[in-house]
Design a protein around this ligand. Structure first.
Ligand code: NAP
Length: 413
């Protein structure tokens, strides 16, 4: 049986599943392991089931024993893991998408309601007693008819959008790529954050913490919002520059904040505790029993599947691999004077390239498919690139062309 280190205590049902599947090392006292302890304890293990409290930085990853083949993170976010370092050591990294989206979207909505309707002040007043009802007592902001900006309209963002719509909010969003009509559900796309923030009466941050999104809410960008906007964050603390948000709250540029996540958790910036209009929660996003069991079970299955079949559907490095492939393909088409539109990034189709050729307006839809199989970006590299199969839009139908064999391919390359 394969040996795995499980760095944090799981709910009993999941630990039972792990015992049936592997020879696991449990953390019975739910101790917070130091990085050196994780390295030490993972000796002789095939994989690590880590959690967001484990900082798997470059130094830690480089010191992991050679037997470690996979880090399966017990979270959808993987800001705690240096993906490049893992990739360089040939260690797979997986996450737990989807199973936590409903629970996290519920907290996302709670943050919006709590911040807009002054729940923190209300709770304190109710507990202290002696409050006096009046027509203008603790009046807040009503959601009906107000504009909700969603920064990162992925799995969680789309669920928040659906609930917020039923509360009468008008949905705007920004992603790096525009969603399909089906996923947009009538939401209005903005191709940059300035445009999104300027129409956001309320913002819900739902994008991952990456180098690109770090401190996206900062001194400059808080000024893009309408005066009296509300900012909520259910994603990760690293996306917000705390000093800038606290200053904007104190100046009342920003009316209220609803936060579930922070930089340096659990030691959040003390400035938040002094602000009455801050509705703050201790990272509760996925905290329901069913969700935590589903997450841990998926994290276990990710290791099992990887060890059994060398496949890992919840590959945390997928995005960086696929972007390398997309960037290369996009540049090829651009050099041939095609106009490029990026569609979705995580599902095919990915690129739409169009150009006038003779009297025809050719539109090429680029699928990352090879011989009918989805392209594995891991098997692709710039030194030995294969060209993905293109589909050429012909009125409403799509015709398959393999650029390595077909005329159209010859025309292009
Ligand atoms: P997801 O499906 O991958 O969605 C992320 C969205 O963010 C995508 O729509 C993506 O679109 C967009 N995005 C990524 N990079 C961006 C950038 N640089 N600028 C603008 N948009 C960007 O992820 P999810 O499952 O919804 O989870 C989102 C995040 O929530 C996770 O990463 C995690 O950190 C956090 N989370 C928190 C809790 C909690 O307990 N509070 C629980 C679960 C998850 P494009 O790729 O087109 O840009």
């Amino acid at each position: 049986m394969k040996k795995i280190l499980i760095t944090r205590k799981l709910i009993k049902e999941s630990e039972d599943k792990a015992t049936k599947t592997f020879d696991p090392i449990f953390n019975n006292n739910d101790e917070l392991y130091s990085q050196s302890k994780v390295i030490e304890m993972s000796k002789g293990c095939d994989g690590i089931l880590s959690s967001l409290t484990d900082k798997m930085d470059k130094e830690t990853i480089n010191k992991l024993p050679d037997t470690i083949k996979i880090i399966s993170n017990f979270a959808v976010g993987f800001g705690n893991i240096d993906l490049d370092a893992a990739k360089k050591r040939g260690i797979a990294v997986t996450n737990t998408p989807e199973v936590l989206s409903d629970a996290t979207a519920e907290i996302g909505i709670l943050l919006i309601l709590g911040a807009c309707r002054r729940a923190s002040e209300g709770i304190v007043s109710a507990q202290e007693g002696g409050w006096k009802w009046s027509a203008d007592y603790l009046i807040g902001k009503q959601l009906t008819g107000s504009r909700l900006g969603i920064l990162g309209m992925g799995r969680i963002g789309q669920k928040i959008a659906k609930i917020a719509k039923s509360l009468g909010m008008i949905i705007h969003y920004h992603n790096r790529s525009k969603l399909s009509d089906e996923k947009e559900q009538g939401a209005i796309y903005h191709d940059n954050i300035k445009s999104l923030f300027s129409v956001s009466d309320v913002l819900s941050i739902c994008c991952p913490a990456t180098k690109e999104t770090e401190n996206m809410i900062n001194k400059e960008t808080v000024e893009y919002f309408p005066k009296g906007a509300v900012i909520t964050n259910v994603a990760r603390g690293d996306i917000v520059d705390d000093e800038a948000l606290i200053d904007a709250l104190n100046r009342r540029k920003i009316y209220a904040a609803g936060l579930d996540v922070y930089k340096n958790e659990p030691n959040l910036n003390p400035g938040y505790n002094k602000i009455k209009s801050a509705f703050i929660l201790p990272h509760l996003g996925s905290a329901t029993k069913d969700t935590r069991i589903a997450m841990a079970n998926l994290a276990i299955d990710n290791i099992d599947e990887f060890i059994e079949f060398l496949s890992y559907p919840n590959d945390a490095n997928f995005e960086s691999d696929i972007y390398e492939l997309i960037d290369w393909t996009e540049n090829k088409f651009k050099s041939l004077d095609f106009k490029i539109n990026r569609l979705e990034t995580k599902t095919i189709p990915l690129l739409l390239a169009s150009k006038h050729i003779s009297d025809d307006y050719k539109t090429v839809l680029i699928y990352m498919h090879l011989d009918g199989q989805p392209v594995d970006p891991k098997k692709w590299n710039q030194e030995n690139p294969f060209i993905p199969v293109y589909k050429i839009k012909d009125n409403e139908s799509f015709i398959d062309y393999d650029s390595n064999k077909d005329m159209f391919g010859n025309l292009l390359f």
